[in-house]
Design a protein around this ligand. Sequence first.
Ligand code: FRU
Length: 499
Amino acid sequence: MKKSNIKYRKYHEIPEEIIQQAEEKTKNSPYLQSFHIEPNSGYLNDPNGFSYYNGKYHMFYQWSPLRYLKEPERWYQGWYHLESKDMVHWISVGVGLEPDTKFDSHGPYSGSAMVDEDKLLIFYTGNTRDNKGIRTPYQMIAIMDKNGKIQKSRIPGFTGLIDGYTDHFRDPKIWKENNTYYAVVGIQRENKTGASVILKSKDAVEWELAGEIRTDYPEFGYMWECPDYFKLQGQGVLLFSPQGLKAQGAQYQNIYQSGYLVGETLDLENLTFNHESFQELDSGFDFYATQTMDTNDGRRILSAWMGMPEIEYPTEAFGYCGCLTIPRELSLKNNELLQTPIKELQKLRCGHRKTQEKIEKDKVFKYETGSVFEIDLTIEIENAKSIQLSLRSDEKMKKKTVVFVNPVDKDIILDRSNSGKPFGTEYGTTRKIAQNISNKIRMRIFVDKSSIEVFVNDGENVASSRIFPGEDQKYLFVESIGGTSTIKMDYWKLRKQRE
Ligand code: FRU
């Protein structure tokens, strides 16, 4: 069946038994996450509308619940809504935005939210196609009130295309400054290069084009998705997810990237942005489409999709795919973003164990971790040539996810070639996750049923990856190859975020 023949339906029009059938399949997955947000069925992609409003954190995500059912007529794409008191324990609210107007008939695509007096102001892209498949994007406003009722505005905030650009125009990230509303939006120029533009408005109802942000990257991929602009410690930060970069050494290894430019604050009059060079946010295998929000106590928190477009994941056999990363707090040091797990995640900790161990040359230290845990590990390399951490390993060390710490090359490599069920191998099975390391390294590692997130040296480097190990893969082994090393480790089992 051709794509244009698919009939888009609203969520509430889907018969209950079809939803149940989809959710039943997902419930049987051995890979269900314990403390990450993932869908009850179907496809999750970008985090949307991440905000703090009316005493709660709100998280929405791009959701296509029936994607893996064979039904040709399906509810297509919308926002799913969750709320939380602490960004750790999430309660499902249900469908957030549905494809129920002529301005978003083919999916309310990604967007953001900000608190505006007593309302939550949502700005998102309505995706539409006519019967020839021609796409018209609308930048749409919706308002959520204190009762959680969401009302879409009758008319789009901004209609259609901009001269000089294609129909790839989406993902507004909204903020307010000097009594004006602004949004940074991803776009593709007619010459098929990616960029971001600024829309502005006095009333958040009617929006006009302010112009394109001028960066030092006029030719950097063919599309910039999910841009985000904010100030941090007096500097300006532009995040975006460029598509179409070619792999270069250890960089840009995934199908698409997510990264940032940090510089002076953006000049909102002439849209110049003086910045340092582009840096990737995460060097793992599965990380895309970031979004940030600021908390009431002034922290800038980032969430992302721990997944990549166009990759087939083992969970699809159970009718679902995708999860969000743990939230991370951002800070700047020497023009680089540091990312650390939010402190609230400590609430999940239980069963603390502390270890200090000198590992002799070529000896192996064995530790039973289970499959859901956090470790805070400091390694001091005395004269070892390499340290090998095998995480989620089976007893025989055949199946495992390996972190190689290499004092000779001064780098850290993440290897998922033998993690469990293979997937996405067309993009390689190893990643260089840190460079120029010293002989003392701290790593905080968060492991869930089917993911690993490694934070190196207080968040200087981060690597997020999905892995699909078997139940017997519940050990950590540390080997000190060619010499000795010392490890200090705090271990915690992590509770489920939802009971
Ligand atoms: C990024 C993205 C966005 C778009 C959304 C649709 O993953 O392609 O640009 O709004 O997903 O789901």
